[in-house]
Design a protein around this ligand. Structure first.
Ligand SMILES: [Zn+2]
Ligand SMILES: [Zn+2]
Length: 203
């Protein structure tokens, strides 16, 4: 057991090291638990986390953080899409957070949504990136653009992800396509996939 004396007087850098250590140990942890462990406010934890998120050692999830590049997954390499085995390009990746700190990564929202649909309620959280700003966002809250003229070179039919509906609408205005909510995008993609067999994702 670890006793932290005078945690309130830890320097930011010490708190960050402690956070790093806790995330390494637990793989994912809630802000409220970090706040309790370290003995500072949640606001301070948020401030401490900022550089860790920016350097990419942890990933922000809803109400907490999770370890980036979690190699605890015994099912295989995390450098490959869990759905189609393509190489992962971080800026398009779609992460599925499952029970027992298991994380699956899909190459893009196309594979992410299809895998998410397969796993259903087992998915505790899904994280993807905003196409414009490259900030992480919760997949169920995202807006999805399909059938647009811009091609990013991952799986077809292509699915792009936006945090703001306004950005998605403007994107579609400029480059064509349709905007869908999470549920609509998932259903629409599944329908398309079953409509025609052609799927560039399958090797
Ligand atoms: Zn894939
Ligand atoms: Zn893909």
């Amino acid at each position: 057991m670890m006793i932290i004396e005078g945690a309130k007087h830890m320097l930011p850098i010490e708190r960050q090291n402690r956070i790093r250590q806790l995330v390494q140990e637990k793989h994912s942890i809630k802000i409220v638990d970090l706040s309790k462990d370290i003995g500072v406010s949640e606001m301070t934890i948020h401030r401490d986390l900022k550089p860790l998120i920016e350097e990419g050692s942890v990933i922000k999830t809803f109400g907490g953080v999770t370890l980036a590049h979690d190699h605890s997954d015994k099912q295989g390499t995390l450098d490959e899409c869990v759905f189609c085995s393509r190489a992962i390009h971080e800026r398009l990746a779609y992460r599925l957070i499952l029970p027992n700190n298991k994380i699956e990564i899909a190459c893009c929202s196309h594979c992410g949504l299809l895998r998410h649909r397969q796993l259903g309620d087992k998915v505790m959280q899904a994280i993807t990136y905003d196409f414009f700003r490259q900030t992480t966002l919760s997949a169920p809250l995202a807006w999805y653009v399909m059938d647009t003229s811009i091609q990013v070179g991952c799986c077809q039919p292509q699915v792009l992800t936006f945090e703001s509906k306004d950005h998605a609408d403007k994107f579609v205005k400029g480059f064509g396509g349709n905007v869908y909510s999470f549920k609509e995008a998932m259903d629409n993609l599944f329908r398309k996939m079953n409509g025609h067999e052609e799927h560039s994702c399958n090797h």
